[in-house]
Design a protein around this ligand. Structure first.
Ligand code: EPS
Length: 383
């Protein structure tokens, strides 16, 4: 069984992760994991915290000589911000304390979490709700990326919208153009307008959401299942991506546009090319009947503007029972570029269970043998 868990508060000592079920003999490129962590820290619109952190993975278990052992992998990413005397006094697991935060931010976990955990200090909620925790998901997802790469599966993303600035949606793009863009958008004109929109939001004390696209290439057909709702690949991917703090909508293929598209234009007709079965379009986004169909899998993900505004929204002081502006804490103006990296990680983590269910294996050799046999059988099926 594949599973993972993370722990860690935003200003506590470290983020912790356990990744269980990765087969033995996966050779890890640790600098590639750190590069992915650095990509998550980037993006125009991030706040001062990202100048403090230098996220790096440190392995504690499950890896020897840069190779997975097949045992659970344990890792940490340290919070450098914890090293300040202020944050140590606030967050020390034994002696930590401080003035309570009392004015919940609309749109944040503050209020619902206070009621749920019976917390009178909103800090006890926001520390875990913070997107800081996504650093560990990205680290674990980057390990999965190396497993997926060994199977020929590649996951990448780009930003298609920030605020009301939209870039054209692309079937193909150069990932290097995405990574060299401040907003992770390969369309230069739209990218410049996105930067200007973030500047304008910052000056107004406001924040911006947006949209990113994730694409999975090289996915073998028949992963996921039509047997039970929880085994459908589209549901697993959407659920994983919805599990991000900022995400409010996930679409696959045509997504929400199917509602207005007639059947004659909503599906991907079959044809023969030199005897091979081919599709002329990919409106289904690579998934039919809850299973991968061998085409690229495409997701469109919409992200809300973060709820910490420097021009605070109206709120209340829960202790004094008075009207009061929402708590202002140091924060970002726009996290859409970083969210794309977290989206890639969530997709990578979500692909592990259905892939390992299909191909299994306690070692990479076994998994790859099973994949090869399955591919050969698919080719032979209608010969
Ligand atoms: C966050 C607020 C900011 C962000 C943080 C998420 O942190 P701070 O309050 O320390 O300035 O920088 O994101 C990260 C630390 C990160 O690594 O992504 C929030 O309230 O969600």
């Amino acid at each position: 069984m594949f599973r993972y868990l993370t722990a860690g508060e935003s200003h506590g000592p470290a983020l912790v992760g356990i990744l269980d079920g990765i087969p033995a003999h996966l050779r890890l490129d640790v600098s590639a994991i750190d590069d992915t962590l650095a990509r998550r820290q980037g993006g125009y619109g991030r706040g001062a915290r990202m100048k403090i952190e230098r996220d790096r993975i440190e392995f504690l278990a499950g890896v020897r000589g840069s190779e997975t052992l097949g045992s659970p992998i344990a890792a940490i990413v340290r919070n450098r911000d914890y090293e300040t005397p202020k944050n140590r006094a606030l967050m020390d697991p034994i002696s930590g304390s401080g003035e309570p935060l009392t004015n919940p931010r609309p749109g944040h976990a503050d209020y619902a979490g206070a009621l749920k955990y019976r917390q009178r200090d909103l800090r006890n909620v926001l520390e875990r709700a913070s997107a800081r925790e996504t650093a560990m998901r990205v680290a674990l997802g980057a390990i999965c990326a190396q497993f997926l790469a060994a199977l020929g599966v590649r996951t990448r993303s780009y930003v298609s919208q920030i605020g009301n600035v939209e870039a054209p949606e692309l079937d193909e793009w150069e990932q290097s153009e995405v990574e060299s863009s401040d907003v992770r958008c390969p369309h230069a004109e739209a990218a410049a307008a996105m930067v200007a929109a973030i500047d304008a939001a910052k000056s107004a004390g406001d924040t911006l959401g947006g949209r990113f696209i994730v694409r999975i290439d090289g996915m073998p057909a028949g992963v996921g299942s039509n047997r039970q709702p929880a085994e459908r690949l589209d549901g697993m991917l959407a659920g994983a991506v919805m599990g991000m703090q900022t995400v409010r909508a996930v679409e696959i293929g045509l997504g929400a546009d199917v509602a207005a598209t007639p059947g004659s234009q909503a599906h991907d007709v079959f044809a023969l090319d030199d005897g091979r079965v081919v599709r002329k379009s990919n409106r289904a986004g690579g998934i039919e009947g809850g299973m991968s169909n061998g085409e690229p899998i495409t997701l469109r993900v919409s992200v809300k503007p973060i709820p910490t505004l420097m021009k605070a929204l109206p709120s209340v002081n829960l202790h004094q029972r008075t009207d009061a502006p929402a708590t202002i804490v140091r924060s970002d103006v726009c996290v859409v570029p970083a969210a794309g990296i977290v989206g890639e990680a969530m997709v990578r983590l979500a692909l592990m269970t259905p892939l390992l269910e299909k191909y299994g294996g306690d070692s990479m050799e076994e998994t790859l043998d099973n994949l090869q046999r399955s591919r050969a059988a698919a080719v032979a099926l209608f010969e």
